[in-house]
Each structure stands twice: as structure tokens, then as C-alpha cells.
Design a binder for this molecule. Structure first.
Ligand code: TEU
Length: 572
């Protein structure tokens, strides 16, 4: 809290001393977290019963993926009522109990705000199907062009981004599934309806929002054809909706109409595929009053080939170049969010580490250490703190996710071999992140007494919370120590960032400096022993944190065991 007088639009808590700068966020994907009623789907009562897991881990904020009424075409990212809870998860009373229990433990709760699109079963969309309805303009309805789609854009979930509605012989835009029609933010009444809904949740006590693809909400109203890349039939519409013409106006208006009314209390984070560092500076500059931070996608695209389902190995130098540029780009204004995982990404220990029995714990804790020692707000995705690995997805019947199922059909139709398609889906499919949370070694991992909506990973007999609580060397206790370090060591929160060894393909190393304190962070991204030259002045420095037995340093060298990570501290 600062004492100085605030200029209009200025909110001191959005600046250097904002509470969320020292916070760690934990994402819950409620379908897969804890099931209290045996229907095989996680729910709010199940989550409420497991809150001590989060409290003991030390996290400050819970981000709850969507729990609103939904046909569940995209697991809740298709919302049919913004002011209620889907019966599969509970009801508003259960939500209020969850929120109270979160606050009792000194934590905060942010909701997922999905307002680029609604469900096609939302009353707004149902009304908009009538061309004479005032709601017609709340969506992107367009007449056919030459008897076909209004433009050539493709959807993120395969096929055209347009669906035909016979009732009025018109098309509506859907960047995701046809059951997720895009809202038209050009319409001021729609915008006010969204702001009113946001205030309704904030007045109920929630502490902010994670905003789904919020940098897609402003489209070029001309909706021009996109350029054709490769041999597919669809054009790339992204130049006309990624950080579109009015995006900053909308976010500043949202701040005036919503966020500014709750000064100092909220966290707002915009999910922004395709956002650049330069744009992120604008979105997160406190003086512009838009958002507190953004989720960017650059580092989770580095192992994509022709598309996300054509993966290639990560080059460590690419990761350093990318994350290093974000650290530098947001050093003086704005703020980073830090993540390896969420409900859309494969498990990081399988992706950038080694999930085999020998190195799983070591590589999961190395990855955690490197990420959490960056400057920014770390996000932990459920199960990441246990070192949960990718799912053993074999045949297409093992997949549940609309993105994977649609991609499979489309690639088959394009003549690809099933086994080739499955290889990409196994590595990159979103279902990897969505298998149930592994609480214990029992039949359904303590997730449900019924049949889970997606199978529990058989490795839960080894990898589970109960076992990890009991083992001080577990991934869980390492995350707990990392979170505690962020809360106790100001250099982790405020320190500047300097990348070391930018050309080294094996060791990720950097320093953080704040006042008299400097931290040296090093992680070995390989299964070999690796020695590098130690920068001057670090000989014999205090070891603040490690992730297991160390290799012995040669004089003047830093020698790291396979997947070892270390944090040293020096005070001057
Ligand atoms: O995701 C947005 C997004 O662009 C991608 O990460 C997406 O998940 C997909 O993998 C593209 O290949 C958000 C949500 O996080 C995601 O779960 C939703 O499916 C999507 O928006 C639509 O609401």
C-alpha cells in the first residue's frame, strides 16, 4: 500500500508493490481435480475438500477453469449462462462455500472469463438467430458469399471458421468450434453486458479473472480473406483478429467499467496467443490501465513443426532466446506470467524433461526451479507439483478433446496415415493435461469412487500426492520450497534478470540481482554430467536451493549432475 495521492485512472496496487508480484497461482481444471459425488467428473465440493493441498503448497491464488453452465463441447469453454454454475460442478451455494474456504485460508480466487465467444446454446445466441433481434449484432453474422462462407478463415478446431444457419440463410463466425460462436465486441450493449457480468462475480467476492483468448475480441470488421499457407483450403485470418484494431480501447474501457472499481484487490491476466513482447508491454504497462499480465505462447510453440501436431525437439538456445527476450522486454514496464503447463499443453516433464523412472523427479524439479526463478508470476497447473507425466494415449478412442478428435478426422481425410497422426496427438494433445489428479495409489487415484470421464494415468501407483507428502525429496516438496523462497527472498520477486551462457545447448543459467543480493540459477537440461565455467566471484557461494545430490565442482567450474538445478546466493 502506498500513501501518495492517486491520479485519476492510476492504481498504485498495479505498480511495483502490487500484491500479485510476489504471488504464485495454481490452476484447477475442475473436471479433473476431485469428484465428490461419484459421477466421474470433478466438482466444486471435491475441490473445496482438497483446498489444504493448495494451502500447504503455499500458493496465493487459485485460478478456476470454467464452471459455468455449458454443453461441454469444449469442456466448459462454451458457456451458456455466465451467471450460474453447471449442475455437474454444483451450484452457486457450493461456489460460495468454495470461495469462503479459499479466503479463510488466506488465498484468492480468480475465475476464467470466456467472452470471445459463448455457447451456441446461450440465450444471447439463440435470440441472435432471428435477424430482427437486437441481439443479431452481438455476433458475427454475414450473408453467404457466392453461395459459400463469407471468407476463407479456418477454425482452430479444424474446418471452416463459419457455420451456416438455415433459419436465415446466413453464416456466423466461430474461431473455435461451431458450438462457440464469436461475440461482436463492436456492439456497445454487448460490452456493457459483459462488464455487468464481471462486476456481478466481483461483488460476489471473486478476486479477478483469467481472460480466455482476450486478444481475439477485436476483429477487423471487414473480415478480409487470409493468406493461404501450405496446401490446406483455409486462409490465415489471424492478422485480422489477433490484437485487432480496437483491442486496447476495449481493455481500457473494461478497466474503467470494472477493474478500477475494486482498486488493489484484483488480478487480471489475459490469455493471448500470438502476442508479441512489444504488444505485451502496452497491455501490462500500469500507466495504461489495461491488464496486470498476459500469458504469451512463444516458448510453448518452439517445439512445433509445420503445426502443433508435428512436434520437433526443443533447442535449449531457442528457449533461452525467447524467454530471455520476454524478461528483457518487460523489465522496465509491465510484468510477465511464467508457465510450463496448463490444460492445453502436454506435461512439461514429458515434453522438456525426462519422465522415465530414473530422471523424472530430478528433471521435473529442475524445470520448476528454472521457471520459478525468472522474474514474473509463476503459474502451477494441477499435478505439475507432483511431476505428473503425459497420458498413455494409444488409439483414437483414448482421446476426449475436440481439438484432437477433429484434427484426427481432418488429417485422415487428407490422406495421412493413422499412426502418423496419432504420434503427433500423443505428444501434443491436450488430453495429456486432463487426466485426473493423482491423489493416492488406489484404483482411481482418489479422484473418484465412480468411473472417471477420462482414464486415470496408470502411473498413479507411483506418482501421487500421498506418496509425495511423505517424501521430503519429492517434486511436491520442491515446489513448496520454491514457493516459500519467492515469499521470503525479495530478489526472486524484484531482482533484475541477466541470461548467462546464451549459446550453451545444455545448461540454462542466469542471475537475478536486487540491492546487495545476487542469485545464480543453473539447470542442466540433459541426462549427462555437465561442467561450465563459473562466472567470477561465485566460488564457494551459499547454496540456497538444490534438487538432490550434486556433482562435485572442479575449481572455477560449475559441475551439474544429470538434470540438476541449483540456486546460489551472494551478498555484497
Ligand atoms: O485456448 C486458446 C488457444 O489458442 C489454444 O491454446 C487452444 O487451446 C488450442 O490448443 C489451439 O491449438 C483457450 C482455452 O485455454 C482453451 O482450452 C479453449 O479451447 C480455447 O481458448 C477456446 O475457448
Amino acid at each position: 500500500m502506498t500513501g501518495h495521492h492517486l491520479e485519476p485512472g492510476e492504481d498504485a496496487a498495479r505498480g511495483d508493490d502490487a500484491w500479485w508480484r510476489s504471488a504464485v497461482v495454481y490452476q484447477v481444471y475442475p473436471r479433473s481435480f476431485a469428484d465428490s459425488d461419484g459421477d466421474g467428473i470433478g466438482d466444486l465440493a471435491g475441490l473445496t475438500g482438497r483446498l489444504d493441498h493448495l494451502a500447504k503448497l503455499g500458493v496465493d491464488v487459485l485460478w478456476l477453469s470454467p464452471v459455468y453452465p455449458s454443453p461441454q463441447d469444449d469442456n466448459g469453454y462454451d458457456i451458456s449462462d455466465y451467471r450460474n454454475i453447471d449442475p455437474v460442478f454444483g451450484d452457486l451455494a457450493a461456489f460460495d462455500r468454495l470461495l469462503a474456504a479459499v479466503h479463510e485460508r488466506g488465498m484468492r480466487l480468480i475465475m476464467d472469463l470466456v467472452v470471445n465467444h459463448t455457447s451456441d446454446e446461450h440465450p444471447w445466441f439463440q435470440e441472435s438467430r432471428d435477424p430482427d433481434s437486437p441481439k443479431r449484432d452481438w455476433y458475427w453474422w454475414r450473408p453467404p458469399r457466392g453461395g459459400r462462407e463469407p471468407n476463407n478463415w479456418g477454425s482452430f478446431f479444424s474446418g471452416s471458421a463459419w457455420a451456416h444457419d438455415a433459419a436465415s440463410d446466413a453464416y456466423y463466425l466461430h474461431l473455435f468450434s461451431p458450438k462457440q460462436p464469436d461475440l461482436n465486441w463492436e456492439n456497445p450493449d454487448l460490452r456493457q453486458a459483459v462488464y455487468a457480468m464481471m462486476r456481478w462475480w466481483l461483488d460476489r467476492g471473486v478476486d479477478g479473472f483469467r481472460m480466455d483468448v482476450v486478444n481475439f475480441i477485436s476483429k477487423d470488421p471487414a473480415l478480409p480473406d487470409g493468406a493461404l499457407h501450405g496446401d490446406g483450403p483455409f486462409g490465415d485470418g489471424s492478422p485480422y483478429f489477433v490484437c485487432g484494431p480496437r483491442i486496447h480501447d476495449y481493455l481500457q474501457e473494461m478497466h474503467r467499467e470494472v477493474t478500477a472499481r475494486y482498486p488493489g484487490r484484483l488480478l487480471t491476466v489475459g490469455e493471448m496467443p500470438g502476442v508479441t513482447v512489444e504488444q505485451a508491454r502496452l497491455f501490462t504497462d500500469p500507466r495504461r490501465a489495461e491488464l496486470d499480465m498476459v500469458f504469451q505462447f512463444e516458448h510453448v510453440g518452439l517445439d512445433h513443426g509445420q503445426g502443433k501436431f508435428d512436434p520437433r525437439p526443443l533447442r535449449l538456445t531457442d528457449l533461452k532466446t525467447s524467454l530471455g527476450r520476454w524478461q528483457t522486454g518487460l523489465a522496465d514496464v509491465g510484468w510477465n506470467s511464467l508457465y510450463w503447463n496448463n490444460h492445453d499443453q502436454p506435461r512439461v516433464v514429458s515434453r522438456f524433461g525426462d519422465d522415465g523412472p530414473r530422471h523424472r523427479t530430478r528433471s521435473a524439479t529442475m524445470l520448476a526451479t528454472v521457471l520459478h526463478l525468472h522474474r514474473g508470476t509463476p503459474y502451477v497447473y494441477q499435478g505439475e507439483e507432483l511431476g505428473m507425466a503425459n497420458a498413455p494415449l494409444r488409439t483414437i478412442e483414448d482421446f476426449r478433446d475436440i481439438e484432437s478428435l477433429n484434427h484426427y478426422t481432418q488429417a485422415l481425410n487428407a490422406g495421412q496415415e493413422p499412426e502418423d497422426i496419432l504420434r503427433g496427438l500423443r505428444a501434443m494433445g491436450r488430453d495429456n493435461a486432463r487426466t485426473p489428479m493423482q491423489w493416492d495409489a488406489s484404483a482411481q487415484a482418489g479422484f473418484t469412487t465412480g468411473t472417471p470421464w477420462i482414464p486415470v494415468n496408470p502411473d498413479h501407483t507411483e506418482i501421487n500426492a500421498a506418496a509425495e507428502y511423505a517424501d521430503p525429496a519429492s517434486v511436491y516438496h520442491h515446489y513448496r520450497r520454491l514457493i516459500a523462497l519467492r515469499h521470503s527472498e525479495p530478489a526472486v520477486v524484484h531482482g533484475d534478470f541477466t541470461m548467462l551462457l546464451p549459446d550453451d545447448e545444455r545448461i540454462y543459467a542466469f542471475t537475478r540481482r536486487y540491492g546487495d543480493t545476487t542469485l545464480l540459477v543453473a539447470g542442466n537440461f540433459t541426462g549427462d554430467i555437465v561442467a561450465v565455467d563459473l562466472p567470477d566471484g561465485w566460488e564457494g557461494a551459499e547454496l540456497l536451493l538444490d534438487n538432490g545430490p550434486s556433482a562435485t565442482d572442479e575449481p572455477g567450474r560449475l559441475t551439474l549432475a544429470p538434470w540438476e538445478a541449483r540456486v546460489h546466493r551472494r551478498t555484497r
